[in-house]
Design a binder for this molecule. Sequence first.
Ligand SMILES: Nc1ncnc2c1ncn2[C@@H]1O[C@H](COP(=O)(O)OP(=O)(O)OP(=O)(O)O)[C@@H](O)[C@H]1O
Ligand SMILES: [Mg+2]
Length: 274
Amino acid sequence: MSADALLQLDQVAKRFGRVIIAEDLSFAIAPGEAVGIVGPNGAGKTSLFGLISGDLSPDAGKVTFDGRTVTRLNSAARCRLGIGRTYQVPRPFGDMTVFENVLVAAQQGGGLRRRASYDAAAQALERTGMTGQANVTAARLGLLQRKRLELARAVASGPRLLLLDEVAGGLTDPEVAQLVEIVRGIHADGVAVIWIEHVVRALTAFVTRLICLAGGTFVGDGAPAAVLSDPAVREVFLGTEVTASLVPRGSGGTVPLGGPRGSGGTVPPGGGDE
Ligand SMILES: Nc1ncnc2c1ncn2[C@@H]1O[C@H](COP(=O)(O)OP(=O)(O)OP(=O)(O)O)[C@@H](O)[C@H]1O
Ligand SMILES: [Mg+2]
């Protein structure tokens, strides 16, 4: 593996029946990198996160994190090593308060005890702007706050790599902007971020590298503007449009992209929460 990689996948393969999730997929993420992943619905983006976080086992290949082979470790063990993730459909404990939810993440996910876990939970709430909701029962939260709680739970586990699965889906433009600022703050603390998102404007405001996944392989991988204007990537998103405001500055006007769920920058109804 490359000496300076935080995460590395080597020839990872995974199928569900005839659906190819990963086909000899190899890539590396550097410490502190900010990477976006786009791809059509059903491309295997969430499943790729499963392979990284340990929720899924690959059929073949190797996953390395921080110089250690983690291929056979489960998600709890990988979380303790520093791989934190959010889920596309948030999974809070509905009858527990926001603070209790985050505390469980600090203790179970981060392996922290007593005072250290309370401190980590409090910091995670602060980081995600959820301190004011600490005593609210999770089931009572609206969509933005549920997304923030999902983020707070991942942060409380003390990740060095944070996997975000459609945390911006279903949010308004100002809410997306707030979320990007929160993620920016987490990243500024030295956490590497891989962010799956159909809301491309959220990604282009933050990431320095963009990957397009389709058919179990990377159709594009590089600087966001270059990937978004790559004909092969545009082909994958054929029939959809992303307006210039969603594309990084200097990359021209309207280009076809953005994922089948959105068009012209609108957020799809219920996006990310199905
Ligand atoms: N546990 C599973 N068993 C069988 N098939 C699965 C399983 N998980 C996912 N799939 C299938 O694998 C494919 C990829 O699913 P995945 O959820 O990874 O896609 P995605 O790119 O995240 O899609 P979306 O953009 O809609 O979230 C889909 O065809 C899905 O039905
Ligand atoms: Mg998904």
